[in-house]
Design a protein around this ligand. Structure first.
Ligand code: CP
Length: 318
């Protein structure tokens, strides 16, 4: 594998999950694969899970790791070509990328959507420039429109916890005070659409996702109806995608919070969220603390999804 930014890069999902579960059984089995190889992790945005799990995955594979927080200690980077750089940005990405590439074999990039210009976000201008100008294997640690390491961990988690061959998985919008990107729901939808699960998306009107990600999912505006018989509830907030409201918060309707009443409509569903989560906005304390909440095993699987991806990228270097 040369890059990992979408579900398309991972190939057959059954094989990918089997490989991930094999790695989970013995995560040090490939500790020689990354010897004398260096991973550079570049963060344009904050992170807890991605930062720690990806670093741990690389260490399991014997890699050296360098972490750069662009906004803490590096020169402020200009990302657009043609800009007269007379402001506070001292370095252009077009020099910074090849320079950073001199020091590593594989590059992980976290660069969220700005939520101001839909075209700029959906063209994935930052990570695409890393792919184009670094000459290295590049993977997404959450880009503007997708978070594939998260979705892969979500899939592994569902495979581990499911008790039916074809579970009903419901992704539900939930309220949040700030405008968040669509990357996690886009990506989750993209991955779920590659499975044979029954996949339903529920959200208030106005929160329709890009149809390219919704794919064959059933969109149900009545959340109670969507929750009926669900085996997994995947909660997430996102801002509006459709014009003219791109990137805006249209609703903070607290009745969309996932609480015990909503969960009682399901078939004793497991509760999932990628974290970080705002308690009593997205999910009530009792639901996230319940025995059916699997947010911690889900987060733990971030190490496994990252290790599977890094293993394949290292194999691709040979
Ligand atoms: N789920 C996730 O990506 O968490 P972080 O933003 O903390 O990395």
């Amino acid at each position: 594998m040369k890059k990992f930014t979408t579900v398309d890069d991972i190939g057959n999902l059954r094989e990918a999950v089997d490989e991930a579960l094999m790695i989970k059984k013995d995560r040090f089995a490939f500790s020689d694969l990354g010897r004398n190889r260096t991973l550079l992790m570049i963060f344009f945005n904050s992170s807890l899970r991605t930062r720690l799990s990806t670093q741990k995955a690389a260490i399991n594979l014997g890699m050296n790791v360098i972490v750069l927080d662009v906004n803490q200690g590096a020169w402020k980077l200009e990302t657009e070509r043609g800009v007269i750089m007379d402001g506070d940005k001292a370095e252009h990405l077009l020099e910074a990328i090849p320079v950073m590439a001199c020091y590593c074999d594989i590059i992980g990039v976290r660069s969220f959507a700005g939520l101001k210009d839909k075209n700029e976000d959906y063209e994935e201008r930052v990570i695409e420039q890393f792919i184009r100008y670094s000459g290295k294997s590049v993977f997404s640690m959450e880009a503007a429109t997708r978070h594939p390491l998260q979705s892969f961990a979500d899939l592994i988690t569902i495979e581990e916890f499911k008790t039916k061959p074809r579970p009903k998985v419901v992704m539900t919008w939930a309220p949040h005070p700030r405008a968040l990107p669509q990357a996690v729901p886009n990506s989750f939808a993209e991955w779920m659409n590659r499975t044979d699960y029954e996949f339903v998306i529920t959200h208030p009107e106005g929160y329709e996702l890009d149809p390219r990600f919704v794919g064959n999912a059933r969109v149900e505006y009545d959340r109670d109806k969507a929750f009926e018989g669900a085996d997994f509830i995947y909660a997430k907030n996102w801002s509006a995608y459709a014009d003219p409201n791109y990137g805006k918060v249209l609703s903070t309707d607290r009745s969309w919070m996932v609480d015990a009443r909503a969960m009682s409509l399901t078939d004793n569903a497991f509760f999932m969220h990628c974290l970080p989560v705002r308690r009593n906005m997205i999910v009530s304390d009792d639901v996230i603390e319940s025995e059916r909440s699997i947010v911690i095993p889900e987060a733990a699987n971030r190490e496994i999804s990252a290790q599977t991806v890094l293993k394949r990228l290292l194999e691709g270097l040979k």
